[in-house]
Design a binder for this molecule. Sequence first.
Ligand code: FNR
Length: 183
Amino acid sequence: PGPAIAVVIGSLRKASFNRRLATALMRIGPAEFTFTEAPIGALPLYNQDEEATPTPALSQFRAQIRAAQGVLFVTPEYNRSIPGVLKNAIDQGSRPAGQSVWGGKPAGIVGTSPGAAGSAMAQQHLRNVLAMLNVAVLPSPEVFLQFKEGLIAEDGSIADERTAKFLQGWMDRYAAWVRRFAA
Ligand code: FNR
């Protein structure tokens, strides 16, 4: 079997544009890759007192990331950074000390926003966080996608030809990046 990719989406809302972007990318990935969302909405707020007693949702999240050969982060920008729910998930996966599930994984970061900067600042913050966790983030190309009404449908189909090409190009580079680490 090909690489298993854990997809971490930084928005919890049902109609999330970032969820649509994630769905679009999962559709255009290489056939031998398996993309599965690693849901973060049911994770408890990180509390060091509870490290020894993880909830089932947390244990499942940690196991999924640990087993994955790559991670794909798809994140909105909240107040010029990543959403708290995403930071919480990353923190949860990083502890207990010495048992982080993130270390050494290849990863990709993409995101979209209705704003012109297309979540760029959140993505830069996320790179900083992941560097601390020894996650190997694809350096470039970058996807700072301005979301426009109708650009990506709920089923992940991309209405605009140029955007479809751009995202396919990114996916090809991401897949090559993951394969390098698998080899
Ligand atoms: C936002 N939004 C936003 N957009 C942006 O480009 N830069 C920002 O700093 C912020 N800040 C921000 C804070 C908070 C608390 C919210 C709720 C929203 C707008 C944001 O991009 C928009 O709501 C997107 O639709 C969120 O992504 P999803 O949920 O559609 O994936």
